[in-house]
Design a protein around this ligand. Structure first.
Ligand code: A3P
Length: 307
C-alpha cells in the first residue's frame, strides 16, 4: 500500500488501516476492544468471513446445526423470527463495538460468534485455546459486486451512492472493509492447511453447488455429525431449506426488521447467486481483478470458482 497514489484522499478519509487491514472507525474500536478483552473458550466456535462472502448464510447454518437438539422443529425455529446476525453476534461489530466490554455469561457452550477480523488480528486466546474456526470465502468478483451494492444500500461511507468504478478501484488497492480481500482469505487458507482440525475452510460456490456435502462437512467439523436416525428423517434437507436464501429472505423479520445498529435486515439478502458479477464488471475490470487474484494466489493452491 506504500505505492498507493497520494491523490487518493479517500484512502484515509473513511477507512483506517490497522495491522495491515482496513476498518471503519466504529469497527476499529471494536477490533481493539475485542483483542484486549475477548477470552476464547475451548468449546467456542468462531465463524469468519470477509464482508459479503455469505456470513448471514453461514450463521444460519451453524446455528441450526448446533442448536438442533434444542430446536428440532424447523417449522417453529428461532431463525424464522430472528435475523441470523441477532442469533450469532459479531465480536468486533456488535459485542465489543464502541469499545464495550460485554458480559458473555448468558452464552452457553458451545458459544457461537462471528468476526471479520483477519487471522493476524485475532485475539490471542483464539489461537491458544481449543476454539474452532469456520472460514467462508467467496470469489472476489461476486464479493466485490455484493460489497458495492451493500455500500450503496447502507451509505456506508456516508457519501451518497458510491460510483462502481471508484469502489472497484479501492477494492483493487485493498481498501475495502477488512481488506485487502486477498490477504484476508490467504491468511485463513494457509492456516487451514496447517491446522485442519482448527480451521475449516469453506467456499460459497461449493456451498451453492453441493449444499448437502458441505453441510455434512460442517456438522462433522463442529463435532455434531448427522446420525443415521437424523439422515432417515431428512434433517439435512430440513436445515438447508430453513437456511435457504428463498426461505430467509422472504421472512417478515428479514423483510422489515432492523439490526440494533440500524442496518435493515433486508440489506443482507440481495440475489444470493454465483456469477452476478457478469451484470456489473466490464472486461477491463475483470482483467484487472483476475490479474491481482492470480498474482496474490500464485503458489498457494487456492482457486476461486466464478460461475
Ligand atoms: P449478493 O449480494 O451477491 O446477493 P454477507 O452475509 O457476508 O453480508 O453476504 C451477503 C451475500 O450473501 C449477499 O450476496 C446475499 O444475498 C447472500 N446471502 C444471504 N443469505 C443467503 C443464503 N441464505 N443463501 C445464499 N446466499 C445468501
Amino acid at each position: 500500500l506504500s505505492s498507493l497514489p497520494r491523490e487518493k484522499g479517500w484512502v484515509t478519509s473513511h477507512l483506517f488501516q490497522y495491522q495491515g487491514f482496513w476498518h471503519t472507525s466504529r469497527h476499529l474500536k471494536g477490533v481493539v476492544a475485542c483483542q484486549q478483552h475477548f477470552q476464547a473458550h475451548d468449546t467456542d466456535i468462531l465463524l469468519v468471513t470477509t464482508p459479503k462472502s455469505g456470513t448471514t448464510w453461514l450463521k444460519a447454518m451453524a446455528f441450526a446445526l448446533l442448536k438442533r437438539v434444542r430446536f428440532p422443529d424447523t417449522r417453529h425455529h428461532p431463525l424464522l423470527t430472528n435475523n441470523p446476525h441477532e442469533l450469532v453476534p459479531f465480536l468486533e461489530i456488535k459485542l465489543y463495538a464502541e469499545s464495550k466490554v460485554p458480559d458473555l455469561t448468558s452464552f452457553t457452550a458451545p458459544r457461537l460468534f462471528s468476526t471479520h477480523l483477519p487471522f493476524t488480528s485475532l485475539p490471542e486466546s483464539v489461537n491458544t485455546s481449543g476454539c474452532k474456526l469456520v472460514y467462508l470465502c467467496r470469489n472476489p468478483r461476486d464479493t466485490f459486486v455484493s460489497f458495492w451494492q451493500f455500500t450503496n444500500k447502507l451509505r456506508l461511507e456516508n457519501m451518497g451512492t458510491n460510483p462502481l468504478e471508484e469502489v472497484f478501484d479501492k477494492f483493487c488497492w485493498g481498501v475495502s472493509l477488512s481488506g485487502p480481500f486477498w490477504d484476508h482469505v490467504l491468511g485463513y487458507w494457509k492456516e487451514s492447511l496447517e491446522k485442519p482440525e482448527k480451521i475449516l475452510f469453506l467456499k460459497y460456490e461449493e456451498m451453492k453447488a453441493q449444499p448437502h456435502v458441505q453441510l455434512r462437512r460442517l456438522a462433522e467439523f463442529l463435532g455434531c455429525p448427522f446420525c443415521p436416525e437424523e439422515e432417515t428423517r431428512c434433517v439435512v434437507d430440513e436445515i438447508l431449506q430453513l437456511c435457504s436464501f428463498e426461505n430467509l429472505s422472504n421472512l417478515e423479520v428479514n423483510k422489515n426488521g432492523k439490526l440494533s445498529s440500524g442496518e435493515e435486515h433486508s440489506a443482507f439478502f440481495r440475489r444470493g447467486e454465483v456469477g452476478d458479477w457478469v451484470n456489473y464488471l466490464t472486461a477491463e475490470m475483470l482483467d484487472r481483478l483476475d490479474h491481482i487474484t492470480e498474482e496474490k494466489l500464485h503458489g498457494s493452491g487456492l482457486k476461486f470458482e466464478v460461475s
